[in-house]
Design a protein around this ligand. Structure first.
Ligand code: ADP
Length: 438
């Protein structure tokens, strides 16, 4: 075994010092040798101690200071330390650069990004937090966000602590609307993104107003047209032959335009009108029977079997026009898209969450890829067949919007060739007082 050089020196000195005493040598030469060895040992230890202090000072010095002069093993040790410190410094430099680039990229974003800790205190924010939220860095670091953005809905949103979005007025310019999105992070921290959506909302409002105005403006001319078509249909000379068939076609198309305009106006009302605080209780089973009566001609002409399961004690507090839209559109669709002789089942019953309105048919069904898009305006599975059925492509969109006003959810299940089931889940909160299930 080779003795390490660092141990060989002191061991050699020790042996030289101890050996004469061990051999019983007590003459002055031996004593002198012992003293010399002792002095050499003190010098050796002192020298190494001074190297350790040098190393200590050098480590405490800034990174760019060169290592001190050294010899032997210490020189090697210093050069290893130098390489290690240089590598560390380069790594730190790269990290700093990456962080700076990240900060610059975050600052270039028009959206405000804010990092919060588990207690809702602000840890970091990009430059847009100053313009959108009026924050000042680093002064606002450690402040609680809900002290700066004082909005009851926002406070509840922060406390709830889950992912989600919310629209609030901007704390620096109340005429602007901000959309807040929260992204939970590990250890209870969260990232909040604030986006100015004022322009988007303004455009959305313009679109709604435009559709509502155009629909309003079209209503009168279409009514006039339909009136004259009816008159012409009864006028001698126009009510037979080719003219009569043209007039029939014109009457059909005007009726279609009328229902299109009527549906567009219903949608415009659903999107813009606030819900009144109080509603009259509506007996949905009565409304369902009334609707079936109005559609009797269509259902009988197809010899459809209609099965009912209706709870006649179950009232719902909602606007009659909204409930009519839901019931009529779903039943009308079931009749239109179910072949002659088939079955339709309608039920209105209580369930643990509230109440459930179901329209189930054994009709053509809908392929799965269409299901997510069915409630989009003017979306149709089969353009030709849907037009032939007299539909406008707005029915299910109306149902969805009308249901959403009462926090109700439209659920669609369908299998091609087997039929479709449309369920509207109404929460307990909208069932009338005294009619809420136990
Ligand atoms: P439309 O006025 O065309 O019926 P809807 O919005 O009510 O418009 O329905 C959208 C599309 O969904 C319809 O065009 C039709 O293709 C499909 N659909 C709706 N209800 C049913 C149903 N009960 N069975 C099969 N397909 C249906």
């Amino acid at each position: 075994m080779v003795l390490p050089a660092s141990l060989a020196g002191p061991l050699g000195f020790a042996l030289l010092g101890i050996l004469p005493a061990a051999l019983g040598c007590t003459n002055p030469v031996c004593r002198g040798l012992e003293i010399l060895v002792f002095l050499l040992l003190v010098f050796w230890i002192g020298w190494h101690r001074s190297q350790v202090i040098k190393l200590q000072h050098w480590f405490a010095a800034p990174d760019n200071v060169l290592p001190p002069e050294a010899s032997g093993q210490w020189e090697e040790l210093f050069s290893i330390g130098y390489r290690w410190r240089k590598g560390e410094e380069q790594q730190r430099h790269r990290l700093r650069q990456t962080l700076e680039q990240l900060q610059q990229a975050m600052d270039a974003l028009p959206d405000a990004l804010l990092l919060l800790d588990a207690r809702g205190e602000m840890l970091w924010g990009n430059r847009s937090t100053a313009t959108l939220l009026g924050l000042q860095w680093p002064m606002d670091r450690g402040q609680s966000l809900d002290h700066l953005v004082r909005h009851p809905r926002f406070r509840a949103f922060i406390e709830q602590g889950e992912a989600g979005t919310l629209q609030i007025p901007s704390p620096v310019a109340p005429q602007k609307t901000l959309e807040v999105s929260r992204f939970p992070l590990p250890q209870g921290d969260s990232l909040m993104a604030f986006r100015d959506v004022s322009r988007l909302l303004q455009l959305e409002q313009m679109r709604r107003d435009f559709v509502a105005n155009v629909s309003h403006e079209l209503r009168s001319p279409i009514t006039v047209l339909s009136g004259f078509i009816e008159t012409l249909q009864e006028t001698p000379g126009c009510n037979d032959g080719e003219a009569a068939s043209y007039l029939d076609l014109m009457a059909q198309q005007t009726t279609r335009m009328q229902s299109l305009v009527a549906n567009l106006l219903i949608l415009a009302r659903l999107e813009s009108e606030a819900l009144p605080r109080h509603h009259e209780p509506v007996l949905l089973s009565g409304l369902i029977r009334q609707t079936l009566g109005a559609l009797q001609e269509q259902s009988q002409s197809k010899a459809l079997r209609i099965e009912l399961e209706l709870d006649d004690s179950l009232y719902i507090c909602a606007e009659l026009v909204d409930l009519t839209s839901i019931v009529r559109n779903l039943i009308e669709n079931a009749i239109s898209y179910t072949p002659a002789g088939e079955r339709i089942r309608i039920s209105w019953t209580r369930n643990p969450e509230g109440a459930l309105f179901i329209v189930e048919d054994s009709g053509s069904g809908i392929a799965p890829e269409h299901l997510p898009r069915l409630t989009e305006r003017f979306y149709r599975v089969d353009e030709g067949r849907a037009r032939g059925s007299g539909g406008t492509g707005l029915g299910l969109s109306i149902v969805k919007h009308a249901a959403a006003r009462y926090d109700a959810r439209l659920q669609i299940e369908s299998q091609p060739g087997l039929g479709s089931t449309f369920r509207v889940h109404f929460p307990k909160a909208h069932l009338c007082r005294g009619e809420v299930p136990d």
